[in-house]
Design a protein around this ligand. Structure first.
Ligand code: NAI
Length: 328
């Protein structure tokens, strides 16, 4: 029989976790034959709500779900974790300054990084979803010196999927026919969704679309501000789509990306494409055998260069701010 995989989800009482946990338990993330041990981490005030979520998970009678543990102690939550999905974060409340937000999240991701360093399984893989996701991942990574930097990532798969969705709407093809979309930089409004190397039904996407004005003035800004548009329409932030993208992210990292395609993940830069080493920035990546590789040798034109640099400079500013606060 296959050994169970321990999956730790933080922010387990929140909206995204609610969309995520049932699909993990159903085997949609790690495979239909892999037993799952769930560890749910919450703040003390939300432990009771997590117990309610666990009751519902029990009631799913998922054959693969071998155990559920609920805790408010990060050391317990990450003990033996093979996969860490760091969703819990401090949202910006009314009147909160940016520095306060960075401090609150810096403290959370420092604690979680240390707990991962000291307790997780030697093969742990970490996905940070909680915002500011790239910089929170940077903080966790820097507080886990014994874990290789390549085990830390932040979620830009939602942006990647949003980019595919816009191309689907424009061209009428199915989502599976849109390949090699790239998202570069920060998970923020400065991100650069890039169709330069994308294909639609095997043909160059930009040629199929044949509408530069749409790419520059519709596609790019629509993807960049999609999160805000969903808040405006739904009255709360995108949760089910974020959960779905998180499952896509971990599944492809563990199981591998399809032949003739790639995905976007925010990972620790090795200096590729002029992104300063050590920043957690989104790149097009392929995955095989549980490891990602930044897609090499893509031609970057002046238009793309300018947009990548803009988003990366925002990441550098965020890093400088959390450095000043002593988190990295
Ligand atoms: P939510 O507010 O419904 O849930 C967050 C949960 O985290 C709460 O239950 C809270 O008690 C918990 N939490 C706070 N501090 C914690 C800690 N130290 N340890 C454990 N749990 C803690 O929020 P939602 O909608 O689930 O979103 C979660 C995060 O994901 C937010 O930061 C949001 O901005 C971010 N997000 C990221 C996206 C991405 O693409 N990277 C997309 C959408 C949301």
């Amino acid at each position: 029989s296959i050994a169970p995989v321990t999956v730790t989800v933080t922010g387990a009482s929140g909206q995204i976790a609610y969309g995520m946990l049932f699909r993990i338990a159903a085997g949609e993330m790690l495979g239909a034959d892999v037993p799952i041990k769930l560890r749910l981490l919450e703040i003390p005030a939300a432990v009771s709500a997590a117990e309610g979520v666990a009751m519902e998970l029990e009631d799913g009678a998922f054959p693969l779900l071998s155990s559920i543990d609920i805790t408010d102690d990060p050391d317990v939550a990450f003990s033996g974790a093979n996969v860490g999905m760091l969703v819990g974060a401090r949202p910006r409340s009314k009147g909160m300054e940016r520095a306060d937000l960075l401090s609150a999240n810096g403290a959370i991701f420092t604690a979680h990084g240390k707990a991962i360093n000291n307790n997780a399984a030697s093969d742990v893989k970490v996905l940070v979803v909680g915002n500011p996701a790239n910089t929170n991942a940077l903080i966790a990574m820097n507080n886990a010196p014994d874990v290789p930097d390549t085990r830390f990532s932040a979620l830009t798969r939602l942006d990647h999927n949003r980019a595919i969705a816009q191309v689907v709407k424009k061209t009428g093809v199915r989502a599976s026919s849109v390949r090699k979309v790239s998202v570069w930089g920060n998970h923020s409004a400065t991100q650069y969704p890039d169709l330069s190397h994308a294909t639609v039904a095997g043909e160059p996407a930009l040629a199929v679309i044949n509408d530069r004005d749409w790419v520059e003035n519709d596609f790019i800004p629509t993807v960049q501000v999609r999160g805000t548009a969903i808040i405006a329409a739904r009255g709360s932030s995108s949760a089910a789509s974020a959960a779905s993208a998180s499952i896509d992210h971990v599944r492809d990292w563990v199981i591998g990306t399809a032949e003739d395609d790639w995905v976007s993940m925010a990972v620790c830069s090795d200096g590729s494409y002029g992104v300063p080493e050590g920043l957690i920035s989104s790149f097009p990546v392929t995955c095989a055998d549980g490891e990602f590789t930044i897609v090499p040798d893509l031609a970057i034109d002046d238009f793309s260069r300018e947009r990548i640099d803009l988003s990366v400079s925002e990441l550098e500013q965020e890093r400088a701010a959390v450095r000043e606060l002593g988190f990295v």
